[in-house]
Write a protein that binds this ligand. Structure first.
Ligand code: S3P
Ligand code: PEP
Length: 438
């Protein structure tokens, strides 16, 4: 096996010599960009995405849709409007091969789309993608009338034999390992002959804000969606069949990717401004306003954006992160630098994210001298004086940014493969050094 030198390269994480004071323009949301691409591809007229995120996960999504026949033109708008993608839907077709990389959104959102294609669509990806749960999507699609060949594990690689249409209707799934199973079925639901009714039957469903994001974005393109919150049964979502509108959508900044920059203000007692922070959003990163305030900061949401200020003190926290699991690595990093212990709960499913995040955080923080223990569904973090060393990242973008947060406060931290941040934030190293005024 050849080793990619980028994967073993070490990046000296910059140490902050004082309080940071910066404005950071954070690129667009991965979750919004990839939903917008799917919905635009399924629409009955062209649509626009403005300021889309250009990162590995979103470029994989765009490329996959292109291989199924969708046209996506890229351009730059007039002054100040930034880049745009114009999506021109077409009859979806195979044969096609989709590389999902290690993008949960691509591997889960596209198999339902592929059932609508005329022809076979082969799905493959990074080695880790073979281990990430997909059974909820595969079993549900089979129950709704799709023909799918996999190797019997209910995982990648697999082939969807698209028949040009899918019957759809009611289906039960256990989405306790990923909310993306529910989002995947809902996103394509309007295009199934009978729509779809998804009933989650397992234990706690993680990442509810991401399901709300799916529902909001479906409604914005004209879909009719009934949800538990709109008076329906608990754990049941129903999408009525119907055509989708093309939309002109400006993508919000990725609030989960704003996390390391806010954390920088918190751990250095400085100030960071994130322009264009939305006043209303379904992004889970919006919970950072509350979580990082409890950990010692304060924030003000203005018309310009979010102004976040650290106080100099960093406090531990006891918090259930089940709704906002993707924030866990950054919160764990801050917790390791706090003045009191933390307990992070409700995130057992992170063991099947980009890497086993609970094991990776425990190992890497402890190797810098920390005291972290894994629990059944999270982490106990007792802050200790940390020292420098190599912070391994396991091809996980959020491990790399977590290590960078620790590096601000601890001299001599080296991040392995910082390039892995390209999954959702290719500009990370430049934004980070820019924030520090380097
Ligand atoms: O739908 C989405 O865009 C996402 C849902 C969540 O997945 P899980 O429910 O699998 O945690 C989240 O962690 C992921 O980063 C993005
Ligand atoms: C879990 C994540 O990604 P994915 O969309 O691949 O599930 C994440 O970005 O933290």
């Amino acid at each position: 096996m050849t080793v990619n030198p980028a994967h073993t390269a070490l990046w000296p994480a910059p140490h902050a010599s004082g309080a940071v004071d910066a404005t950071v323009h954070v690129p667009g949301s991965k979750s919004v960009t990839n939903r917008a691409l799917v919905l635009a591809a399924l629409a009955s007229e062209p649509g626009w995405l403005r300021r889309p995120l250009r990162s590995r996960d979103t470029l994989l999504m765009a490329e996959a849709l292109r291989t199924m026949g969708v046209e996506i033109e890229e351009g730059v708008g007039s002054e100040g409007t930034g880049e745009f993608w114009r999506v021109i839907p077409a009859g979806l077709r195979g044969p096609a091969t989709v590389d999902v990389g290690n993008a949960g959104t691509v591997m889960r959102f596209l198999p339902p789309v592929a059932t609508l294609a005329d022809g076979t669509v082969r799905f493959d990806g990074d080695p880790r993608s073979y281990e990430r749960p997909l059974h909820g999507v595969i079993d549900a699609l089979r129950a709704l009338g799709a023909r799918i060949d996999d190797d019997g594990r209910g995982a990648l690689p697999m082939t969807v034999h698209g028949g040009g249409a899918l019957e759809g209707g009611p289906v039960e799934i256990d989405a306790s390992s990923s909310s993306q199973f529910v989002s995947a079925l809902l996103l394509s639901g309007p295009r199934f002959n009978q729509g779809v009714e998804v009933r989650h039957t397992g234990s706690a469903l993680p990442s509810m804000p991401h399901i709300r994001m799916t529902v909001d974005m479906l409604r914005a393109v004209g879909a009719q969606v009934d949800t538990p919150e709109s008076g329906g049964e608990p754990n049941v979502w129903r999408v009525t069949p119907g055509a989708l509108l093309g939309r002109d959508l400006t993508i919000e900044p990725d609030l989960s990717n704003a996390q390391p920059f806010l954390a920088a203000a918190l751990v250095t007692g400085g100030k960071v401004v994130i322009p264009d922070w939305p006043s209303r959003t379904t992004q889970p990163g919006d919970r950072l306003r509350e979580i990082f305030t409890e950990m010692g900061g304060s924030c003000e949401l203005t018309d310009y954006g979010l102004v976040f200020t650290g106080s100099g003190a960093v406090r531990g926290i006891d918090v259930d992160l089940g709704e906002v699991g993707e924030l866990t690595p950054g919160i764990a990093a801050v917790a390791a630098l706090a003045d009191s212990p933390s307990t992070l709960r409700g995130v057992a499913h992170l063991r099947l994210h980009e890497t086993d995040r609970l094991a990776a955080l425990t190992k890497e923080i402890n190797e810098l001298g920390g005291d972290v223990t894994e629990t059944a569904d999270g982490l106990h973090i007792r802050p200790r004086r940390l020292h420098g060393g190599v912070f391994h990242t396991y091809e996980d973008h959020r491990m790399a940014t977590a290590g960078a947060i620790i590096g601000l406060a601890v001299e001599g931290v080296q991040i392995e493969n910082v390039a892995t941040t390209a999954k959702t934030l290719p500009d990370f190293p430049d934004l980070w050094t820019g924030m520090l005024g380097a």
